[in-house]
Design a protein around this ligand. Structure first.
Ligand code: 5AD
Ligand code: SF4
Length: 432
């Protein structure tokens, strides 16, 4: 049996794409997976290109793989960096056997047999492709609902690597959800670059529904208990969506709302399509309808032209909203984006100071939010074994909670009382 080593970088979409590729290679080529690249017959790196650093790291990593791999082993570069660099990867690292873009993962078994193949067509339509089964987890399942992104945020390379947005037909999504629920998963995690834009474009003549309609259909699946999704776009958060989110007991009360900046001027330069006021208004509506909701966000500091006053607007939104989690990044210029040509860059030291300030404030906010949770009881769905005989899972509103326990808890719900808090994980004991 040939062995596959796969390294996955980046977002949940990439994790799911890796699962798709593993499924294809197992089914059609008889591969099994290994954790040790030295014994692998095929080494795949599923890359991310959203910021510059991982792209630099790719080539040093490739060098390491090439040096220590089995002489006959093939190396394939997949994912977003494959899409954006294409054949340049083979020019810079000639030992790479093939390059497979993020939009083309269903072609893995084709390129495997074509030396120096470069498949990076961003118009390739995978929206109705029936991927075989392979899932890393049996308790929860990632399900793609759309591919690509139709927005044109000026900082973002994704529309150039994943192509234009196509929604996957609802009957395929519901069928996939039924299948994973039948094999024991009680939670599904819907994935798309812009999930609440679902239904904007289908490639075939299929039932046209929007994201709210899709959520309603999925929640009718009897044994399915929880639905999560990422990422919704603040621009598309209309009242209908927020009300369905709040009303539907199967939808977990956890919302990722990528703010990017709190300054309306910067948001305009980023072409995000909303203002600071709209964002805060949507948070208020969400908290009014679903008071327990946890809200996470992404923020970019030092976008070109961001003044001290603009940055202060971001801090103002943070203080008003008190996000439960923030993923914060220094702006990183990306090829093929509009902002790449903006000349009003922010000084590097100023950028670092802003990021450090934001992260310190965020830690203070999180500490203040978590401390009062001691004594609360949450219904936790257990997902994985972690160190020292602990099992971890999530509350409906996305608190990560660990308790002493073993694998019998995996895939089970328990009522857990919180006994200690930390920034990323709460500790508790099972009470029922
Ligand atoms: N520079 C820094 N951060 C970026 N992101 C996307 N593009 C860039 C960039 N050029 C961040 C955004 C996005 C998250 C996935 O990555 O905050 O929401
Ligand atoms: Fe990138 Fe904007 Fe699309 Fe998100 S919505 S993937 S930030 S272009």
């Amino acid at each position: 049996m040939p062995k596959l080593f796969i390294q996955t970088l980046g977002c949940a979409m990439n994790s799911r794409d890796s699962e798709h590729m593993i499924a294809q290679l197992k089914e059609k080529e008889g591969y099994s997976t290994t954790e040790d690249f030295r014994e692998a017959d095929l080494i795949l790196i599923n890359t991310c290109s959203v910021r510059e650093r991982p792209v630099h790291k790719l080539f040093s990593e490739l060098g390491g793989f090439n040096k220590h791999k089995k002489p006959s082993a093939k190396i394939g570069v997949c994912g977003c960096t494959a899409s954006h660099l294409g054949e340049e990867i083979i020019k810079r690292a000639p030992y790479v056997n093939f390059v497979l873009g993020a939009r083309n993962v269903s072609r893995i078994t084709e390129v495997l047999h074509k030396d120096k193949a470069v498949e990076v067509d961003i118009n390739y339509d995978e929206s109705e492709f029936a991927f075989d089964d392979f899932r890393t987890s049996t308790v929860k399942a990632f399900i793609n609902i759309s591919i690509g992104c139709d927005k044109s945020c000026t900082f973002c390379i994704v529309p150039k690597t994943r192509g234009e947005e196509i929604s996957i037909p609802a009957d395929l999504i519901v069928g996939e959800a039924r299948k994973v629920v039948a094999t024991g998963a009680k939670e599904i995690f819907l994935l798309g670059q812009n999930v609440n834009n679902y239904g904007r474009r289908f490639s075939g003549d299929v039932e046209k529904i929007n994201f709210t309609g899709l959520l309603r259909q999925l929640s009718e699946i009897g044994d399915l208990e929880r639905i999560r999704f990422t990422s919704p776009h603040p621009f598309h958060m209309d009242d209908e969506f927020i009300e369905e989110f709040a009303r539907n007991p199967k939808i977990c009360k956890s919302m990722h709302m990528p703010l990017q900046s709190g300054s309306t001027k910067v948001l305009k330069d980023m072409k995000r399509g909303y203002t600071k006021e709209w964002f805060i208004n949507r948070v208020e509506k969400l908290r009014k309808e679903a008071p327990d909701v946890s809200i996470s966000t992404d923020i970019i500091v030092a976008f070109p032209g961001e003044s001290d006053e603009d940055f202060a607007e971001t801090i103002d939104v943070m203080k008003k909203v008190k996000f439960d989690q923030i993923f914060s990044f220094k702006y990183s210029p990306r090829p093929h984006t509009e902002a790449e040509h903006f000349t009003n860059e922010v000084d590097g030291e100023v950028a670092s100071d802003r990021l450090a300030y934001l992260q310190t404030l965020n830690n203070e906010i999180i500490d203040a939010l978590k401390l009062p949770l001691i004594g609360n009881i949450y219904r936790v769905y257990f997902e994985e074994l972690i160190r020292d005989n602990y099992v971890s899972g999530r509350s409906d509103n996305n608190h990560v909670v660990k308790v002493k326990g073993s694998e019998e808890l995996l895939g089970e719900f328990r009522e857990v009382k919180i006994t200690a808090t930390g920034r990323t994980i709460l500790t508790g004991e099972i009470v029922a």
